[in-house]
Design a protein around this ligand. Sequence first.
Ligand SMILES: [Zn+2]
Length: 469
Amino acid sequence: MKKYYITTAIDYVNDTIHIGHAFQKIAADILARYYRVKIGKENVFFLTGTDEYGQKAEKAAKESGQGTREYVRAISNTDKQQQDSLNISYDRFIETTDDDHTKVAQEIWKRVEQNGDIYLGEFNGLYCTGCEAYYAESDLTDGKCQFHPHLEIKKITEKNFFFKWSQYQNFLINHIKNNPNFVVPESGRNEMVKFLERGLKDIPISRTSFSWGVPVPGQPDHVMYVWFDALTNYLTGIGFLDNPKQFKKFWPADVHILGVDNLRWHALLWSAMLKSAELELPKTILVNGFLGINGQKISKSLGNVIRPTDWVEKFGADAVRYYLMRYNVLTEEGDISEEKLRVAYNADLANGLGNLVSRVAKLCETHSVIASETKQSLDPKMTVHLENYKFNEALSHIWGEITDADKKVNKEKPWELTGEKLNQVLLDLVARIQHIAFNLQPFLPETSEKILKQFSGKIKSGSPLFPRI
Ligand SMILES: [Zn+2]
């Protein structure tokens, strides 16, 4: 593999992202950092950002008393700060109100239109403003959207441009069935096939009842349906129109990671749009599970929203990254709490990794050990786990190595040794710690850098990596 392009969902700007969103951003960041080590920094592109158009953003801006653009930029900035606090190493943070994005969304519209897949029609149906999505009666549970049971479903009648989604039904079924890695995990793939087999209907892709959107080319009364513009951000991000060379290098995306509520729009609508525009489809759509907190859904109305910065300020970015990825399975639902974070911090980071590093560094300092500059490599077991999105197993594997190194210290008792034997034991421990730190780079970027620095040249003891909390 010569390049790796990974994207996250772009978050909607009706509110700042919370710790549940961070799960997905950290997963993407781990993959981006891992591939930078594996294939070189210049061959990896990592895109994240915010989705800023649509009725929901317009409404939230009105309620806040700010201008719409001012409002969405403010939320986007706080989202960016939240991601920065976790050391999310994106190459671009895209905002769909960026100028280059408008041009790309319009270009894709034109290509789809030239292909005969857009027509003017009238929409009569149901709409959830929470999802910004159209639904059929059969999609609803007790007359409500499954993701927004507290919102009223609206009945809408409107003249819209439609996308001939139905034309792509067989193409999509075949593509999903023939490409087992196209939708991960398998449960998501099965859900998409089932949905397709019920039949795809054409979908309205323009709106005339509000104006906060990308203008439809040549149709001043219409703005694009927010999903139609938002999905094209993955093309904009790598310079579809402005940097064809970069675009050619990175497209198609290797992984779009997103939450289960976004799966249908990516696996089915985005894929059909790309096919219509004669562009390649992404290789993998990876669905992350939702996290709950203390057994509840994370929600503003329940008052249990935790921002990434709330925990980063108490425990540090690496500890939050570690806890979320070690104790949840990426593709499954999980449940988190500050108490569990504290337990993981003290047991695995303070007592586990931190204690091993400080014990060995102290012994090395006492005996003036000089670390050898061996070229480090990625652990093959970790590689397999990571490339199969088993982050928890990759971390378990590395923590197994930490436990082994600890056992080695206890068994060999270097404080009772002298001469060549002592030197041998210490050099072996140093090599193990270097290997552990090197392989932790994607997960704990700050900590692994500190350890690699400490264990190069003349080794000195330092302040604890994770003081007990
Ligand atoms: Zn909804």
